[in-house]
Design a binder for this molecule. Structure first.
Ligand SMILES: *[C@@H]1O[C@H](CO)[C@@H](O)[C@H](O)[C@H]1NC(C)=O
Ligand SMILES: *[C@@H]1O[C@H](CO)[C@@H](O)[C@H](O)[C@H]1NC(C)=O
Length: 298
């Protein structure tokens, strides 16, 4: 009995030793492999991220650098999407950055979300709309509900949108991109959070707003924490026009004829209020995180 037990133990140890060396040798000889699927996905993503920021329908008047807000021309902002709640009511904006990912504000995240692209007039079915359910939400790990710092989230859709004339993606900035003070960005939104009598319609609006000096902005928002992850834009004198943007919607700049998202409308629209800028999440600070999430979950 004793002998069999002993020999069993010896054999077992030998087996463990052998299998261990076998496995370690086996592992050591094989290089990390990239599966063809990963490779394909990576190549597809690269193309998707590159084909961005171009609209087939152009608004010629925007070249005139009109400051202020007005109705958008249908199809000129094909990356603009509406976020819909459980009851399918639009309540926030967002920006399509790949056919299956939407960039928005973290404070817009709800348990159940739908995204509608190809939208212009919320009250009319124009035949260009596509609506897809959100199946996964990525809130930035540094998002702070109290200070609203890092107010950024990515929404993954159950299926990709079909791209075309009315649905396209906006470009991501590069990490080091700096935005000059007083340069004019474009904000978009259906402006649902304000008095609807102001516009009397449910069509998409656009406005041009200048980037503000952050120290001026901190002086104006004394009671708030304006972090380095935020951009301030708009008019200190608080023009009514500057409140066209919805939460979660973009602050865009055109770079080399492509539209790039530099900000996400976060808080403090101050529609018509004096001395209030709009606060935007500063997208260049989050590009690394955005790319990582997209690559891991595509
Ligand atoms: C992966 O992509 C690289 C370059 O993009 C290519 O050279 C290689 O053949 C691809 N491998 C597979 C397994 O598809
Ligand atoms: C912003 O304003 C402050 C004071 O008003 C000034 O000292 C600073 O140089 C300005 N910054 C830029 C980048 O213009």
């Amino acid at each position: 009995m004793m002998i069999t037990w002993l020999s069993f133990r010896v054999m077992f140890s030998l087996y463990i030793l052998l299998s261990f060396t076998w496995h370690s040798c086996f592992c050591a000889t094989i290089k990390p492999i990239v599966s063809p699927k990963n490779n394909e996905t990576r190549a597809r993503l690269k193309i998707e991220l590159k084909n961005c920021g171009l609209n087939q329908i152009k608004d010629i008047s925007s070249r005139l650098r009109i400051i202020g807000g007005r109705e958008a021309i249908k199809g000129t902002w094909p990356w603009q999407v509406a976020l819909l709640n459980h009851y399918r009511e639009p309540f926030c904006g967002g920006t399509l950055i790949t056919p299956q990912f939407v960039l928005t504000a973290a404070h817009c995240v709800r348990r159940k979300l739908y995204v509608r692209a190809g939208e212009h007039d919320l009250m009319t079915n124009e035949g260009t709309e596509q609506e897809i359910k959100v199946d996964h939400v990525f809130i930035h790990p540094s998002f702070d509900r109290e200070t609203v710092d890092s107010d950024i989230a990515l929404l993954h859709l159950k299926a990709p949108f079909k791209l075309g004339k009315y649905v396209a993606t906006a470009c991501l900035p590069s990490r080091k991109d700096e935005i000059e003070i007083d340069s004019l960005g474009t904000i978009l939104g259906w402006g649902k959070q304000k008095n609807s009598a102001m516009f009397g319609t449910d069509v998409l609006h656009q406005a041009r707003v200048p980037i503000a000096n952050i120290s001026d902005c901190r002086n104006v928002y004394e009671d708030y924490f304006i972090s380095n992850n935020m951009l301030c834009a708009g008019f200190r004198s608080g023009r009514v026009d500057s409140c066209a943007g919805d939460s979660g919607g973009p602050l865009l700049f055109q770079k080399r004829s492509r539209w790039v998202i530099y900000g996400i409308t976060s808080f403090g629209e101050g529609c018509g209020r004096k001395e209030k800028y709009g606060i935007y999440a500063k997208v260049p600070n989050f590009v690394k995180w955005i790319r990582r999430v997209i690559h891991r979950h595509s």
